[in-house]
Design a binder for this molecule. Structure first.
Ligand SMILES: Nc1ncnc2c1ncn2[C@@H]1O[C@H](COP(=O)(O)OP(=O)(O)OP(=O)(O)O)[C@@H](O)[C@H]1O
Ligand SMILES: [Mg+2]
Length: 255
């Protein structure tokens, strides 16, 4: 059983569970921030460069007496400043991180707790989360909150992908924990959503891929899994949807 505080406390109400869900989305981000620092620097530099260019353009307009176009330039300056601010804000929200704390953890508890949290969100969108845990899985040595955040990211991505299409192939997301051929615990999220396009695939684990929310879910997930000496990957399913999975090595048998 889990000894450390896990993301669901006993006897929580639906509202409390939702609050914990939101908290989890922001937790576990600081210790891995270093790994994506250069991407963040690149991302912040883009609006800064735009601000510099628009400032020069604004000055030229003033110099040449084209005052009617100056308001447009100020709008652009404001937009880019807000973009830079939003990036900084996201980084600050990651600063709520605690230090990594790895503990021997029961796989069943690890996945079922997250599924329980995500179920409320799933049911709103008429999606069912089915949990499948292989028998006699060994315990894994993990930071529970971080790994549960990864699972939650994957479940949310799957649900988002399923909401983007008219579903002809059911409304089930499978969360599966099993042992792979080389004895590692493998946790997979299998959906029947739109699948990953070739264009998105190229940049899949890079930060800021999408404009929605922070667009950092998978890059953070990868950093967390790498910090656990695991691997995270995906493949599109034969019929439809995608399977995202990660491994957790170093498992120890309880018996
Ligand atoms: N299961 C999936 N099926 C199809 N596309 C996916 C799936 N998971 C991820 N993607 C694609 O990868 C992109 C990046 O995912 P990622 O989790 O990194 O960011 P996000 O979900 O857009 O934002 P955030 O997780 O920060 O809220 C998604 O926007 C989506 O286009
Ligand atoms: Mg995501």
């Amino acid at each position: 059983m889990l000894k450390r505080t896990s993301i669901i406390k006993q006897g929580t109400t639906q509202n409390e569970a939702q609050l914990q869900l939101e908290e989890l989305s922001h937790v576990a981000r600081l210790t891995i921030i270093g790994e994506i620092a250069s991407d963040i620097a690149h991302e912040v530099n883009q609006p800064l460069a735009a601000i510099s260019l628009f400032s020069q353009a604004g000055k030229r307009l003033l110099d040449s007496g084209q005052y009617e176009r100056v308001a447009e330039v100020f709008d652009k300056l404001s937009q880019h400043a807000q973009r830079a601010g939003a990036i900084v804000e996201r980084i600050q929200s990651m600063a709520k991180l605690h230090d990594t704390e790895k503990k021997s953890t029961d796989c069943y508890v690890l996945v079922t707790e997250v599924a329980q949290l995500a179920k409320a969100e799933a049911s709103i969108h008429d999606i069912e989360i089915k949990v499948s845990v292989a028998k006699k899985l060994p315990s894994v040595v993990v930071d529970v909150v971080q790994v549960q955040q990864v699972i939650l990211n994957l479940l949310r991505n799957s649900m988002q992908a399923m909401r983007k299409i008219t579903r002809h192939n059911g409304n089930v997301v499978i969360l599966r924990a099993s042992l792979n051929s080389i004895g590692e615990v493998e946790i997979a999220v299998i959906d029947s959503g739109e699948g990953v396009s070739a264009k998105v695939e190229k940049k899949l684990f890079e930060p800021f891929l999408s404009a929605q929310e922070s667009g950092m879910g998978l890059s953070l997930s990868r950093a967390i899994i790498q910090a656990h000496n695991g691997r995270i990957n995906f493949h599109n399913n034969t019929i439809c949807g995608a399977t995202f999975y990660f491994t957790l090595p170093g498992a120890v048998r309880d018996d």
